[in-house]
Design a binder for this molecule. Structure first.
Ligand code: USQ
Length: 395
C-alpha cells in the first residue's frame, strides 16, 4: 500500500482527494492548520453549509468505510511541523493506529492561500500569502531533500502563472531558438495577482530542487475548479467539501450558480471576455491520481496544464442563465466594473493534452452537470448571504 501525504487536507480539494485515495487502498495522512476555515471567519465570507472538523470527517469516513485517514492539525509553514512527517516524530491528532506510517511515496501539496482577491485585500494579506505559500513550499522541499529524496511531490500550481500571453500556452516548457541556438525553458510566466505570483515562485523553488537535488516533482497548472460532488462525498452529506460563493474564496462557476438561485444578477466583471481553462472537481482528483501513478524520474519535473475546456466569463454567464431559466429561476446578467487588473479581451490557446494521454476522461461542463449543481445549491439556499457575494476588492 502506497502512502500519500496530503498537505492542505481540509481544503476544497484536499478533503475529496483524501477520501478518493483512501477508497482506492492507499494509506492516507492529511495535514492542515484550518487556514481556510479561519480565513472565512476572519474576512466574513460565505460558506454554503457548515462542515465538520477534519477530525470529525476522518471519524465519519472510518465509520462508513472502515478506512483510516490519519490527521495532523498543524501549521506547515513551521519547518518542524513539516519535518515530523519525514523524521518519524509525527504526532497524529487522530488515527486508528498511532504508529508512524513511514515515509510517504507521494506528497500532494495543496497547503496554500488560494485566493487572488485575498492576496490583494491589503498589505497584511499580501504578506501572509507570499510568506505562507513560499515557506510551506520551501519547508516541503527541504524535508524531502533531507529525508526522502525518492518521494514524488505533486504540487498544485495554477494556469494563472502563465497569464494571458499573445501566443499559445504550452504545457510548462518552451523551446526557444535564439541567435541560432536552441534550449528549453519554463514557459514565460506573468501573473495578474500576488497569489498567482506566489505560485510562480513556488514553481521556481521546485525547479531548483529538481535541478540541484534530483527531486521528483509534478507541477499541475490548474484552472478555476467548479462543483462539489465526488463519488465519495455522495456517500454522506457530512463528507461534502467546503463550498464558498463569496468574492474572496468562491470561484466563478460556483458563484454564478449561487447568484442564479437567489436572483442576484450574475456578476460579470467588466467586458466578460476574460477566458480561462475550467475543470470539474472530479477531474482535479482524477488528474492528481493520474500524476501519482506516473511519477517523474529523479531530477525530472513534469508539468501538466490541468484544465478540460475553456470559456469566457460571458459564455459562463449565458450558460448559467440558460440552465437557470430552464429550471424556473429568473436569471439576470449584469456587467459590473472590473476592479481586477486583467485583460478583458485577449488571445487564449492553452495546450492540455498531457493528462488526457495519461487516461483522464473529462467530465465537461454541460447543461446537465450545471443543473445538478443548481439542485445542490438550492437545498441550502436559505443559508446564502447576499451581502458577501460582492464586496469590491480592488487590485
Ligand atoms: N470573474 C467574474 N465574476 C465573478 C468572479 C470572477 O467575472 O464573480 C472573472 C474574473 O475576473 C476572472 C475569472 O472570472 O477573469 C476567473 O475568476 P475566479 O475568481 O473564478 O478565479 P481566479 O481568481 O482566477 O482564481 C481561481 C482560484 C485559484 C486558481 C485559479 C486558476 O481561486 O486558486 O489558481 O482560479 S486560474 O484562474 O487559471 O489562474
Amino acid at each position: 500500500m502506497s502512502h500519500v501525504l496530503i498537505l492542505g487536507g481540509d481544503g476544497y480539494l484536499g478533503w475529496p482527494t483524501a477520501m478518493y485515495f483512501s477508497a482506492r487502498g492507499y494509506k492516507v495522512t492529511v495535514a492542515d492548520n484550518y487556514f481556510r476555515r479561519n480565513a472565512c471567519t476572519e474576512v466574513d465570507t460565505g460558506m454554503l453549509y457548515p462542515i465538520p472538523t477534519l477530525i470529525e470527517r476522518a471519524k465519519i469516513w472510518h465509520e462508513l468505510t472502515g478506512l483510516e485517514i490519519k490527521v495532523v492539525i498543524g501549521d506547515l509553514s513551521n519547518p518542524e511541523v513539516m519535518r515530523q512527517f519525514f523524521d518519524g516524530r509525527v504526532q497524529y491528532q487522530w488515527a486508528i493506529n498511532f504508529n508512524f506510517t513511514g515515509l510517504p511515496e507521494t506528497v500532494i501539496h495543496y497547503a496554500e492561500q488560494p485566493s487572488a482577491p485575498y492576496s490583494l485585500l491589503d498589505y497584511k494579506h499580501a504578506d501572509f500569502t507570499v510568506m505562507n505559500n513560499l515557506r510551506v513550499t520551501n519547508n516541503l522541499l527541504w524535508a524531502v531533500r533531507d529525508f526522502s529524496r525518492d518521494t514524488h511531490i505533486i504540487k498544485l500550481g495554477t494556469m494563472g502563472e502563465y497569464g494571458t500571453p499573445n501566443i499559445d500556452i504550452e504545457e510548462g516548457w518552451l523551446e526557444v531558438e535564439h541567435k541560432g541556438r536552441r534550449d528549453k525553458f519554463l514557459f514565460p510566466r506573468q501573473a495578474s495577482s500576488l497569489y498567482h505570483t506566489s505560485k510562480i515562485m513556488d514553481t521556481d523553488l521546485m525547479w531548483f530542487g529538481v535541478r540541484i537535488w534530483d527531486l521528483r516533482v509534478t507541477d499541475l497548472m490548474q484552472g478555476p475548479v467548479y462543483g462539489v460532488s465526488t463519488e465519495e462525498s455522495l456517500m454522506d452529506a457530512r463528507l461534502k467539501t467546503i463550498f464558498n460563493y463569496d468574492e474572496i474564496f468562491g470561484t466563478i462557476i460556483n458563484r454564478f450558480v449561487v447568484q442564479a438561485v437567489i436572483g442576484y444578477p450574475l456578476t460579470v466583471y467588466g467586458g466578460g471576455g476574460q477566458t480561462r481553462g475550467y475543470i470539474n472537481i472530479r477531474d482535479t482528483i482524477q488528474c492528481v491520481h493520474a500524476a501519482e501513478k506516473c511519477p517523474p524520474q529523479k531530477g525530472e519535473m513534469k508539468i501538466f496544464n490541468q484544465i478540460m475546456e475553456t470559456f469566457s466569463v460571458n459564455q459562463l454567464a449565458e450558460l448559467t442563465k440558460k440552465v437557470g431559466d430552464q429550471l424556473g429561476y429568473d436569471v439576470r446578467i449584469k456587467s459590473i466594473s472590473n476592479l481586477r487588473k486583467e485583460s478583458e479581451s485577449h488571445y487564449y490557446n492553452p495546450q492540455y493534452h498531457g493528462l488526457k494521454k495519461l487516461g483522464v476522461v473529462p467530465n465537461l461542463l454541460t447543461e446537465e452537470s450545471l443543473g445538478s449543481l443548481f439542485q445542490m445549491v438550492d437545498k441550502y439556499s436559505a443559508n446564502i448571504r447576499r451581502e458577501v457575494i460582492y464586496r469590491g476588492v480592488s487590485w
